[in-house]
Design a protein around this ligand. Structure first.
Ligand SMILES: O=P(O)(O)OC[C@H]1O[C@H](OP(=O)(O)OP(=O)(O)O)[C@H](O)[C@@H]1O
Ligand SMILES: Nc1nc2[nH]cnc2c(=O)[nH]1
Length: 177
């Protein structure tokens, strides 16, 4: 079968990705504690969340962990503008500090929905961290509290970011345009 997928161009090699994650962990560790619930936005945030929680652990911060499964892109390269909620937090977050973790911030709709849900469920504080932040012509609210990398306005794949479900496992962050 012919494969029409273009070859990914490496933008950030794995070594640089890991340096950015360690740097984020050093920034975040002082403002959270071990009772904080790190909550990954599935699916794309998994790879970053796994690395970030281990980077936090290496510097002595062992957070709790949960997940929220949202999707807005399906197999498309632009947001559908509406968020589907596939799965809620597993455990109660009422009265807890929550650190929402995602791979990329683009329109900002996914992060805004996750923050809304966490607050609605009674989180005492909601912090957010994204590995990559893409440029956008209009203000997005809320802005993430922590950003690893200011990405170019290109379609990203790898390190959790997919092309119709493929390429999430690439260890580098790449562009597919
Ligand atoms: O800022 P936004 O425009 O909302 O885009 C960011 C979201 O897009 C991707 O999720 P997607 O809906 O593609 O689901 P996925 O996690 O399964 O890849 C990504 O993982 C972010 O959660
Ligand atoms: N794979 C992928 N998903 C996204 N969701 C929002 N922006 C992007 C992107 O650049 N790549």
């Amino acid at each position: 079968m012919a494969d029409a997928t273009p070859t990914p161009t490496v933008l950030l090699p794995e070594s640089e990705v890991q340096r950015i994650v360690a740097d984020l962990a050093a920034q975040i560790a002082p403002v959270i504690d071990d009772e904080t619930v790190a909550a990954v936005l599935l699916t794309g945030g998994l790879w970053f969340a796994a690395d970030l929680t281990r980077a936090l652990s290496r510097i002595g911060r062992n957070v709790r962990f949960d997940a929220l499964w949202l999707a807005s892109y399906g197999d498309e390269q632009s947001s559908r503008g509406k968020i589907d909620i596939y799965a809620d937090f597993q455990r109660p977050i009422e009265g807890r500090r929550v650190l929402i973790i995602d791979d990329v911030f683009d329109t900002g709709l996914s992060l805004a929905e996750a923050v809304r849900i966490a607050k609605e469920k009674g989180a005492s504080e909601v912090l957010t961290v994204v590995f990559a932040k893409k440029p956008w012509p209009l203000p997005r609210a809320p802005e993430p509290d922590f950003v690893g990398w200011d990405a170019p306005n290109r379609f990203l794949v790898g390190y959790g970011l997919d092309h119709a479900g493929a390429l999430r496992g690439l260890p580098d962050v790449c562009a597919l345009d």
